[in-house]
Design a protein around this ligand. Structure first.
Ligand SMILES: C[S@@+](CC[C@H](N)C(=O)[O-])C[C@H]1O[C@@H](n2cnc3c(N)ncnc32)[C@H](O)[C@@H]1O
Length: 287
């Protein structure tokens, strides 16, 4: 864990997501990014919604951000109520801007810590979903536990998240290469800077020396160290997650792990080596 306590975790997340990183989130995380994950989200959401056939569903997106999941739920289910829960005012504000006036009416915005909300709410949900958020939560296991308790019988939990940070030299290098190509493609890095960054990918073991050099090539308008700190959990306890699901009568219907990459080529390379640092899980509450 990169922070000492929950207060610190909240502090960095508010700082990052209410700051420049959050303000520019959609620019730095465009839809083209991680298209594998985007396709997967859509497939799962369609499947989950189809199970209920009709009726107004109550759907909660934990750490909804600018609506990567909740917007898809909103577009696919025309009469559902979507609860958008996030700690960041800025992220929620940017999500609101994407909704048409008639959609705003059936969207609820909750600016609160996930654990606090789940502990105190009287609501029960048909679907609880969360993507890219659990590793930002100091108390992610409690949040999974409370999510199970807040589901109606036959309700679904969908979790998509980074399970662990890349640790070895090969993984780190390939992630930096992936980042370099992404920056070149979508954030208009000049060709020369791209080549330097790409070469830097192999020499990142010299980080203490090359850190400031890298900063000069990649100019970000946010503080990368703070952003790193907002990602609290470096390795998720998957065994414990499965235990919590079992204790709450949740049946795991699907579990997949995969690499998390922005460009398909790197995704395919790492898939061959079996480096899976991302997971997607669907579980159903069985009475
Ligand atoms: C990486 S973003 C993911 C956003 C969105 N789900 C997506 O997939 O694009 C993580 C989100 O978690 C939110 N977050 C961080 N800590 C939180 C907490 N304790 N309670 C609720 N949301 C939190 C952040 O504000 C941010 O919007």
């Amino acid at each position: 864990m990169s922070v000492a306590n929950k207060q610190e975790a909240l502090h960095y997340n508010i700082k990052v997501y209410d700051g420049n990183f959050g303000r520019n989130y959609d620019k730095t995380h465009p839809k083209e990014e991680n298209h594998y994950i985007q396709k997967h989200h859509l497939k799962i959401i369609r499947k989950l919604v189809k199970v209920f056939r009709r009726g107004s569903l109550k759907i909660l997106d934990i750490g909804c951000g600018t609506g990567d999941l909740s917007l898809k739920f909103c577009k696919i289910t025309k009469d559902s109520i979507i609860f958008n829960l996030d700690l960041s005012r800025v992220m929620l504000k940017n999500l609101k801007k994407k909704l048409a006036p008639e959609e705003i009416k059936r969207n609820i915005f909750i600016c609160q810590d996930a654990y606090e909300y789940l502990k105190n709410t009287k609501e029960n949900f048909d679907i609880i979903a969360t993507s890219g958020t659990l590793h930002h939560l100091f108390d992610y296991l409690e949040v999974v536990n409370l999510s199970c308790q807040k589901l109606k019988d036959n309700g679904f939990l969908y979790i998509a998240c980074e399970a662990k940070r890349h640790t070895n030299y090969f993984q780190k290098s390939i992630h930096l290469m992936d980042d370099a190509v992404y920056m070149y493609k979508y954030r208009k890095l000049t060709f020369l800077k791209f080549i330097i960054y790409f070469v830097y990918s192999f020499t990142h073991f010299l980080q203490p020396i090359t850190k400031c050099f890298r900063k000069k090539i990649i100019t970000t308008n946010y503080n990368p160290e703070e952003q790193q700190k907002s990602e609290i959990i470096k390795k998720m306890n998957m065994k414990e997650i499965f235990k919590i699901l079992k204790n709450n009568n949740m049946k795991v219907l699907n579990y997949e792990d995969s690499p998390v990459f922005k460009n398909e080529i790197f995704y395919k390379i790492t898939l061959m080596f079996g480096i899976n640092d991302y997971f997607q899980l669907i579980a159903k509450k069985v009475g």
